[in-house]
Design a protein around this ligand. Sequence first.
Ligand code: 5GP
Ligand code: ZN
Length: 114
Amino acid sequence: MSDCLFCKIIAGDIQSKKLYEDDEMFAFFDINPMAPVHFLVIPKKHINNLMELESDDTGLLGRMFFKAKELAAQQGCGKNGGRFVINAKSDGGQTVDHLHVHFLGGRIFDWPAG
Ligand code: 5GP
Ligand code: ZN
């Protein structure tokens, strides 16, 4: 989608600190980290949010989470884990309308989240 921030990051029109890329996903560090390790995994296909995920995309989402846990381990969070988050639409606090999985690690998170 031409006016989407994350589509522009995938295209390289906006710079990011890239962690990983393959033919269907892209991972990069969050510009405003909320933890010592904070990166995002996004599909190259533009999907607005999790509420608009279609059944054909369930495999893709599974592979995104699998890659997120591999990258989290590479970033030193394999032993203690962390928080894997998808914010969806307004009540979820989503600010960028391109589906993304957050990984946050390197500190302890409370539950329930505020
Ligand atoms: P959301 O609030 O939609 O779940 O998360 C969007 C995330 O994207 C936020 O954590 C925000 O810091 C991050 N973000 C917004 N703009 C940029 C950008 O231009 N570059 C990078 N690397 N992250 C961004
Ligand atoms: Zn997009």
